[in-house]
Design a protein around this ligand. Structure first.
Ligand code: ZN
Length: 423
């Protein structure tokens, strides 16, 4: 099987590549880059469209098994393809949670042969109950790429310490949903001026930063590798900077919604802005943007969290936390941060490709002769409006409904084939 891509803007910030050329892919490998290359069995007329290494999301909730009214592997990976992702890492907070090697293998087998590759994060503790470690070694052997009780903070410091210690036997990565459940309490949004005005219970920044501080001390104590999910508070960034400069193996991710929205949006968006960790202030948002630009944070993750419309109608106090994000992540960040000059295209692409792949130990994606072809293709000129009719996810709880975005994925290349987005 040969695929040729004509006249693409080939963009790979890792090597500094940014040129317009043709690309020939033979049996899944980039065999030639240049002008006037021979045609393959299939031709992609790129005509100046942007071709990047394949986008990789390390934090998606695909809801299978147990909550398939919200999403399943088929609809979730279709949403990922529409967003230009070639790789998606699913969180284990399903029903039952993915704390069992057999279940983990079943899920990976379900996704075999799909255009978007599924990777699975396994539960850190049995039943994600935070009390005793899951069968981590067996889970990693079954294909788990990391371990997390995402959805809940690990309240017990001794459990987190043991996990960091034990995972070193197989170089396991621990992903922390940093939340002190006692401090976050009944909070449904950021604690501050807006929560007081709306009369809603808030979560203080310290509910996140105090756990990150604890986990960094545990890393200092016993070693290990820690990745902090969905950072929201500026205090957390200061802790991460200190931890990294001290040589601790700590990384972090930010979500598009924390980069684009603030607690002020809760007044208008209601439960479509009910997130955990919550949207914080403009100062926090700007600090997250700066950390992404500087490379302190080298990973953007969607935290794609589908919920039914009925569940999101239950009001701020009772509706579940979370929004979907796979289909809008790249386009929304390109529109709001890159076209406005706040972030370079290179940083955006790096934090959605090389950064997450490096942290999670996934095969690198690069654009050069001899590399495995794992590519995303975008039309940066087109505009589209986010609406339930444009979304492939089974749920439409997007915080960006009604917004007009610039840039849209038109397809991906994986396993030696072109997979167009059905627009
Ligand atoms: Zn989480």
């Amino acid at each position: 099987m040969r695929v040729d891509v004509r006249g693409a803007r080939l963009f790979d910030p890792a090597s500094g590549l940014d040129r317009t050329a043709d690309l020939l892919i033979e049996d899944g490998v980039i065999s030639a880059i240049g002008a006037g290359l021979p045609h393959g069995d299939e031709t992609v007329a790129a005509d100046g469209r942007l071709v990047t290494p394949g986008l990789c999301d390390v934090h998606a909730h695909l809801r299978e098994p147990g909550h398939t009214a919200e999403e399943d592997i088929d609809s979730g990976l279709a949403a990922a393809l529409a967003g230009g992702f070639t790789d998606v890492c699913a969180m284990p907070d399903t029903m039952p949670p993915v704390d069992d090697p057999w279940l983990l293998r079943q899920l990976l087998a379900r996704a075999a042969g799909k255009p978007v590759r599924l990777h699975q994060i396994a539960a850190l503790t049995r039943g994600q109950a935070g009390q005793e470690l899951a069968e981590m070694a067996g889970l990693q052997e079954a294909g788990a790429i990391a371990f997390s009780d995402d959805g809940h903070g690990v309240g017990r410091s001794d459990v987190m310490r043991l996990a960091l210690q034990y995972a070193q036997a197989f170089d396991g990565l621990i992903v922390s949903h940093a939340e002190d459940p006692v401090l976050s309490g009944p909070g449904v949004m950021h604690e501050g001026k807006v929560s007081y005005r709306l009369g809603l219970p808030g979560q203080p920044r310290s509910a996140e930063s105090s756990i990150v501080a604890r986990d960094l001390e545990l890393l200092r104590d016993v070693g290990g590798r820690l990745h902090v999910a969905h950072v929201s508070a500026r205090e957390t960034l200061a802790l991460l900077a200190k931890g990294q400069s001290d040589g601790l193996a700590v990384s972090a991710e930010v979500t598009p919604h924390h980069l684009l929205l603030t607690d002020e949006d809760v007044a208008e968006l209601g439960t479509l802005a009910k997130l955990n960790p919550p949207l914080r202030t403009r100062e926090d948002r700007d600090a997250l943007r700066a950390a992404l630009a500087s490379g302190l944070v080298d990973c953007i993750a969607t935290d794609h969290a589908p919920h039914t419309a009925a569940a999101k109608r239950e009001g701020m106090l009772h509706a579940p936390f979370g929004v979907i994000g796979l289909e809008t992540a790249f386009a929304s960040l390109y529109t709001e941060l890159v076209t406005t000059g706040l972030l370079t295209l290179g940083r955006l692409v790096t934090a959605m490709t090389a950064g997450p792949r490096r942290i999670f130990g996934l095969a690198p994606a690069a654009i050069h002769e001899g590399a495995l072809a794992c590519l995303s293709v975008f039309d940066l000129e087109t505009s589209w409006t986010v609406g339930p009719g444009t979304l492939r996810s089974r749920s439409s709880n997007s915080a960006l409904l009604g917004r007009t975005l610039r840039g849209r994925a038109i397809g991906i290349i994986t396993e030696g084939r072109w997979h167009p987005v059905d627009l």
